[in-house]
Design a protein around this ligand. Structure first.
Ligand code: SAM
Length: 289
């Protein structure tokens, strides 16, 4: 292990000055400079010497270094090419780290896992750029790669939405989506002071453990029901589903809800995942596909 660790604010400043690095707001560049938080993220993700880790957005490599100390191998995908020479220098003492230049929304993740991460199952760890949090998480869980868990720093409100129980005003379509595919748990909230530069918003680290046995249902119908229901979340489920692309009128929706044993006057935020499944399972029997 190196005697000097990357996260020291003095070293971070030195290296950024040396390369004349300019922070990009649009790429969500807020780098972690607190050893305690870095350790807690790696421990929370449960990283051991057996693990292959995919990191998204290594920045100058502070989290990458922490992961490299605990994992078997880390592959880190970074979009900003001005960070590549910096990462070459900061991570040169870690032979188990590989940097890939690319956009995580476009790279062939399956190929990455098969060719560079031992075929999986892998663990994903990231301090995510907030502007792409939802599309990144959606891509990772929806496409069913060989991923065991995703541990990410996200905006605090987003983390709270992901774990909100039914009946809570933060409970929404993202909650249903995340809980359909994973078991989410907030590991910690994180103060603004541990970043350089400091962001305006509070953050939290959330771990999503990917579920192995998903219910065998028509997912397209299920997520369409969820989307319609939350599009007009103040309305009753009867009214929000009555405004549908399936050509079903209010009376037909009423009988569908009755069949699914869901009271018509409930609102989307009162319904559990099983209730949405129940409704979507009733749809095909009405021959609308
Ligand atoms: N992991 C570092 C840390 O904790 O200090 C940096 C985190 S910073 C919040 C987000 C990083 O993701 C930046 O380095 C940024 O350039 C990179 N990034 C932004 N969009 C990306 C994308 N679509 N694909 C890969 N990396 C991206």
């Amino acid at each position: 292990m190196k005697d000097k660790r990357l996260y020291s604010p003095k070293y971070v400043r030195e290296i950024l000055d040396k390369y004349g690095f300019k922070f990009s707001k649009s790429l969500g560049q807020n780098f972690l400079i607190d050893g305690n938080i870095l350790r807690k993220i790696s421990q929370g993700a449960g990283i051991t010497k057996e693990d292959y880790v995919l990191e998204i957005g290594p920045g100058i490599g502070t989290l990458t270094e922490e992961l490299a100390l605990s994992a078997k191998k880390v592959v880190a995908v970074e979009l900003d090419d001005t960070l590549l020479p910096i990462l070459d220098e900061t991570l040169k003492d870690y032979p188990n780290v590989e940097i890939v230049h690319g956009d995580i929304l476009k790279v062939d993740i399956k190929k990455l896992i098969d060719e560079r991460l031992g075929g999986g199952p892998i663990k994903v760890v990231a301090n995510l750029p907030y502007y792409v949090t939802t599309p990144i998480i959606a891509r990772l869980i929806e496409e069913e790669y060989n991923i065991e868990s995703i541990t990410v720093m996200v905006q605090k409100e987003v983390a709270q939405r992901m774990v909100a129980p039914p009946g809570n005003k933060q409970y929404g379509s993202i909650t249903v989506f995340v809980n359909f595919y994973t078991n989410p748990e907030i590991l910690m909230t994180v103060p603004k002071t541990v970043f350089m530069p400091r962001p305006k918003i509070d953050s939290a680290v959330i771990r999503l453990k990917i579920k192995k046995d998903l219910p065998l249902i028509d997912r397209k119908a299920f997520f369409q029901v969820v989307k319609l229901a939350f599009n007009q979340r103040r309305k009753t489920i009867l009214n929000s589903l009555s405004n549908n692309p399936w050509g079903l009128d209010k009376e037909e929706i009423k009988s569908l809800l009755k069949k699914a044993q869901i009271p018509s006057d409930k609102r989307a935020e009162d319904l559990k995942i099983e209730d949405f499944i129940q409704i979507s399972e009733t749809l095909p029997s009405l021959d609308i596909y």
